[in-house]
Design a protein around this ligand. Structure first.
Ligand code: F6R
Length: 615
């Protein structure tokens, strides 16, 4: 939540910061702000709204001269998203300017102390408290900016990625990180700071990712100085060469990132199993897993912790792990798990699933599981993310940057990794027959082409979207492996179209939700070939007798449901165990088209942010 970006060097900072903010806008888009420094004057502009609103305001209100600058795009935590609460924030003297992603939990106590010392606060933010605390320490202890930041951060409880500069130091930016991400791009005597590498990828491939509780003093003409916040000790910088390229973070001709990401699924699913699945040879090789196979095989339980769409991928995993590998699985909302004093032992394996690798609740669940002695395995998309580093081992999905706030390709690539793990464990444990194992390896290899075929039905799905775009409620029903897909379909629709939608196991319908059904209620039923097919057909009959409108996801060539449903969305025939990878595609497209027809901001739905770094 919140994106931060900074630049110091020989170029004009403004276009770099502005463009960087546009790329980071997925992290929060309640308000945006920028501060530029030309060595004499600081220009600061901020506004409620999006980066485009900021751009307009800057054009009308301020000069854009300056080779040093910082910018921020916000997802509000403290204080409503208005101009005053937007970042950057000045210190009282006007010398220090800061941007911050995170939360200072003890800000109220610090604020009280600072007010007693004569400080005035203009915003409701915790960030303004932090910048004044730094100023207070700098003045009273007569120390340099870096030292003042270090001392201040030791008084702070919470999470932060910060960047700040001092009017008296035109060639210096100080940054620090705890919990929230912070990357430093290193050019030729120019430096970039950002929440991820996307704002600077066209300028440099060399970056340092700060670790938690590290700060860096970035000075022109000097090497970057990295220190531990706790004890001020020096850390040797580790410069990584980035694999990211510009194409991956641009829309590539699609109208929205979400649509691009839906269409990327055939290739990113393949990227996720490439080199890991050798279908003909019957081999699955997962680097992060090989050394820890015994932990999984001997585990009393696997506990999966995740949030949102990643939690839905975890639910799919519960079915495949129990079915194939015969290991008991519990799937937990990370937010509930962390607060309910769960029973975790050294014999448990915890799998944490997270696209962003930043989700605060998932991270807290990992810390708790580690404290209790469990082995923690991560499935993340963002390389080098906090969660990927907090786990004992793990496997990356290779979905590439997911920028649309609604998760699509992350979901299918997470299921791909989980499928590989489950199959591998089942093979080693001998709980899957050789023929079934080989069948699934070959079928997994066919998934990209099946997803491709499912995407070809886009035009038909668009027509269905047109018919139902004005519905105010939707039900999504599925059984077995497709129950989590029903939940995911409902989540996709509600988060981007703002239409109320609920997912249910199809059989649960008659225990309550059936009361909602009338001739106005669209019900999306996943009715593909499976062991439960007849049962789902019965559920469809029950809906029909109550005049509900049935939109069914069916297997190509299906005749029975086709006769009964009002509309159908076809997907290729796929083993039930792997079917979530294809049945989810029409549901993503349906949500996308409905949201678009309702004129919603598909990539940046209201009130949401891509990386939820607060509880
Ligand atoms: C839904 C969505 C969210 C995320 C959730 C977890 O489309 O994007 O529900 O799935 O916030 O995020 P990660 O996977 O980054 O931990």
């Amino acid at each position: 939540m919140c994106g931060i970006v900074g630049y110091i060097g020989k170029r004009d900072a403004y276009p770099i910061i502005l463009n960087g903010l546009k790329r980071l806008e997925y992290r929060g888009y309640d308000s945006a702000g920028i501060a530029l420094y030309d060595g004499k004057n600081i220009q600061l502009c901020k506004t409620k709204g999006k980066v485009a609103d900021l751009e307009l305001k800057v054009t009308n209100e301020m000069s854009t001269i300056g080779n040093l600058g910082i910018g921020h795009t916000r997802w509000a935590t403290h204080g409503e998203p208005n101009d005053v609460n937007s970042h950057p924030h000045y210190s009282n003297s006007g010398d220090l300017v800061i941007i911050h992603n995170g939360i200072i939990e003890n800000y109220a106590a610090l604020k009280k102390e600072l007010i007693n010392r004569g400080y005035t606060f203009y915003s409701d933010t915790d960030t303004e408290v932090l910048v004044n605390l730094i100023e207070d320490i700098k003045k009273n202890e007569n120390v340099k900016l870096g030292k003042a930041v270090q001392v201040a951060l030791n008084q702070v409880v919470g999470a932060y990625a910060i960047a700040l500069f001092d009017k008296n130091k035109p060639d210096e930016i100080v940054v620090a990180k705890l919990g929230s991400p912070l990357a430093i791009g290193i050019g030729d005597n120019e430096f970039f700071v950002a929440s991820d590498a996307s704002p600077f990828i066209e300028f440099t491939n060399n970056a340092i990712y700060l670790e938690d509780e590290e700060m860096a003093i970035i000075r022109l003409g000097r090497d970057i100085e990295i220190r531990k916040v706790k004890d001020d000790s020096i850390v040797a910088p580790y410069i990584q060469e980035l694999q990211l390229n510009l194409e991956q973070i641009e829309k590539g001709g699609y109208e929205h990132f979400m649509l691009k990401e839906i269409y990327e699924q055939p290739s990113v699913i393949k990227d996720t199993y490439r080199g890991r699945l050798l279908a003909d040879k019957g081999i699955i090789r997962l680097g992060g897993l090989e050394d820890y196979i015994e932990k999984f095989i001997n585990a009393d339980r696997i506990i999966i912790v995740a949030c949102g769409t990643s939690w839905h991928a975890g639910l799919v995993a519960e079915y495949i792990f129990e079915d194939w590998a015969r290991i008991p699985v519990e799937v937990e909302y990370a937010s509930e798990f962390r607060y309910r004093n769960p029973i975790i032992t050294e014999n448990d394996v915890v799998i944490a699933i997270s696209q962003s690798g930043e989700t605060a609740d998932t991270l807290a669940a990992i810390k708790l599981a580690k404290e209790k002695g469990a082995f923690v395995y991560g499935i993340c998309n963002v390389v080098g993310s906090t969660i990927s580093r907090a786990t004992h081992s793990g496997t990356y999905t290779h979905a590439g940057p997911e920028i649309g706030v609604a998760s699509t390709k992350a979901f299918t690539t997470q299921i791909t990794v989980l499928t590989l793990i489950a199959l591998k464990l089942a093979k080693i444990k001998g709980t899957i027959s050789q023929s079934n194992y080989m069948l699934h390896l070959r079928e997994l290899d066919l998934i990209p082409s099946k997803v491709e075929a499912a995407l070809k039905k886009n035009d038909e799905i668009e027509k269905i979207a047109k018919i139902f775009k004005d519905a105010t409620n939707f039900l999504y029903l599925g059984r077995g492996y497709n129950f989590p897909v029903a939940l995911e379909g409902a989540l996709k629709l509600k988060e981007i179209s703002y239409i109320h939608a609920e997912g249910y196991p199809a059989a649960e319908m008659k225990h309550g939700p059936i009361a909602l059904i009338d001739e106005h209620m669209p019900i999306v039923v996943i009715a593909v070939n499976s062991n439960h097919y007849e049962k789902v057909v019965s559920n469809i009959q029950e809906i029909k007798s109550r005049k509900g409108k049935i939109i069914a996801v069916v297997t190509e060539g299906d005749t029975i449901v086709r006769e009964m449903a009002d509309y159908i969305m076809e997907v290729p025939n796929t083993p039930e165990t792997l079917s979530p990878l294809v049945t989810t595609i029409p549901l993503q497209l349906l949500s996308y088209h409905i949201a678009l027809m309702l004129d919603r901001n598909v990539d940046q739905p209201r009130n949401l942010a891509k990386a939820v770094t607060v509880e």
